[in-house]
Design a protein around this ligand. Sequence first.
Ligand code: CU
Length: 186
Amino acid sequence: MTTRRTTTTLALLLAAGSLGLAGCSTDDAAAEATSTGTPTTAADAVSIQDAWVKAADEGMTAGFGEITNGGEDELTIVAASTGAAAMIELHETAADSSGEMSMTEVEGGFVVPAGDTLILEPGGHHLMLMDLADPIQAGDEVTFTLTFADDSTTELTATVKDFTGAEESYEGDDPDGDHDTEHEDS
Ligand SMILES: [Cu+2]
């Protein structure tokens, strides 16, 4: 009997002690949970469908697809890379002041709101592959790595297709945009 009482007392003391500590840490945990939400990365939240790349022999080409954000937070694609090209820029196509369709780099990257899908397509947003390493031909596959604003990354594989559109002129970072580039009407 004496033994049991001692044990009970000790258990109560321990319980009291841990309750005291738990009081603090529970508050912290609750505050953290409400302020940061679910701890998922953009890479966890994203899914990509119908990825494809326009076949090209050299120079530049473009990658397209549907990027869906299944998460609770907005995600931003800040960079993309591939072994098939020296550099990738994140572009959008829009009419410039003279009505010509031209491409420009999207400042800050591609933003996909929570629950939304960003469609990369000819005449719209696209991944601009610059300085191709080798010709890429219909039926080839090109693997990309996308990097998000939270530093998470995801890989995707795109199929190469022949496509005759997407010939908009490229303004690059030429700030005056007033050069006499030949435009291809397509
Ligand atoms: Cu482009």
